[in-house]
Design a protein around this ligand. Structure first.
Ligand SMILES: [Zn+2]
Length: 314
């Protein structure tokens, strides 16, 4: 598949001319510079097990860790800031409404986002990213490598190439280290998903800040939830679960929610959606496990702050 080859080629190009040493038989470490900032990338055999350590903030800020589930109507967008000023955007919603949410969370002069994760190329997740890339410089953009044929997805990936953001194929085993004890782990895909239906190819990631875990599942369906449970068992526990597929009954299965056992479930959806999101059975599942459900339709932007031990709703 063309785009996948292009990504791998790009990474190989990046490594050429970089400082390079061998960690062991399968591990290679690279040091590269991007925009005058030192970026250390360690890769463990092909793309699996890769980690990216993002250091040297351009502007050191001392905010608390926060995550905002931005009210983008029927779609997903979540924005994370770290105490030392790293910024991560997971999906961009269906339109430019994501920009309003970002403007509320970012200093007016800031035109840079460290990492964008496009969980899958459906327009309710990536169309707004076109506006984001037009307004902000982005260092890294992750996508699952699933086939896409929408004009929005084509425009997005053309912009990624134009802006020289580093385009990374997301694979299980990669993690991003943002400092301050904060890391983002890619849990899925763990394979080539180019031929999968787009929801099933969704990037599933979790953000870990000391004791606090936030699980972000894109539109991953029940089959992927089952697969993750088979891999992780009770290790799926999280404090916040971004409910898969906007609260549809294709996600948030009973067994999965029971193991994740979140304190909060976030349903990101438009009030006027015609899909019946959230589904009654999903709300019943959350009620059964005493999970507090927060819905962007009724709450607007939903923000939590954390010190790594506890979560506070803002
Ligand atoms: Zn969606």
């Amino acid at each position: 598949m063309f785009r996948q080859r292009a990504v791998i080629h790009h990474i190989q190009d990046v490594t050429q001319g970089s400082l390079r040493d061998t960690c062991d038989g399968n591990h290679i470490r690279y040091t590269i510079f991007v925009n005058a900032r030192r970026i250390v990338t360690a890769s463990c055999g092909a793309l699996l097990g890769a980690s990216i350590v993002i250091t040297h903030a351009a502007f050191v800020r001392t905010n608390a860790f926060s995550i905002t589930f931005i009210d983008v109507g029927q779609g997903d967008a979540a924005f994370i800031t770290t105490p030392s000023g790293r910024q991560i955007l997971i999906d961009g919603g269906p339109d430019r409404s994501v920009l309003r949410g970002l403007a509320e969370r970012m200093p007016w002069w800031d035109r840079h986002i460290d990492v964008v994760i496009a969980t899958h190329p459906d327009s309710d997740h990536v169309s707004g990213l076109i506006d984001v890339l037009e307004r902000y410089r982005v260092s890294y953009i992750f996508d699952p490598g699933v086939a896409h044929d929408t004009p929005q997805a084509e425009s997005l990936f053309a912009l990624v190439a134009d802006e020289e953001a580093q385009h990374v194929l997301a694979r299980r085993g990669q993690f991003l280290d943002f400092g301050d004890g904060i890391r983002l782990e890619i849990l899925f895909p763990d394979r080539d998903v180019s031929g999968l239906e787009t929801n099933a190819a969704s990037i599933v990631a979790r953000v870990i800040y000391n004791d606090i875990v936030i699980l972000l599942t894109g539109d991953a369906p029940e089959s992927i939830e089952r697969y993750l449970v088979s891999l992780h068992g009770k290790d799926m526990r999280a404090d916040i679960l971004k409910a898969g597929h906007h609260g549809s009954n294709t996600s948030s299965s009973l067994h999965f929610v029971g193991l994740v056992s979140p304190e909060y479930a976030i349903i990101s959806r438009g009030c006027d959606n015609t899909y019946g999101h959230p589904h009654e059975s999903v709300l019943e599942t959350f009620a059964r496990f005493d999970v507090s459900v927060l819905d962007t339709c009724t709450e607007g932007n939903i923000t939590f702050e954390s010190d790594g031990q506890s979560l506070v709703r803002r």
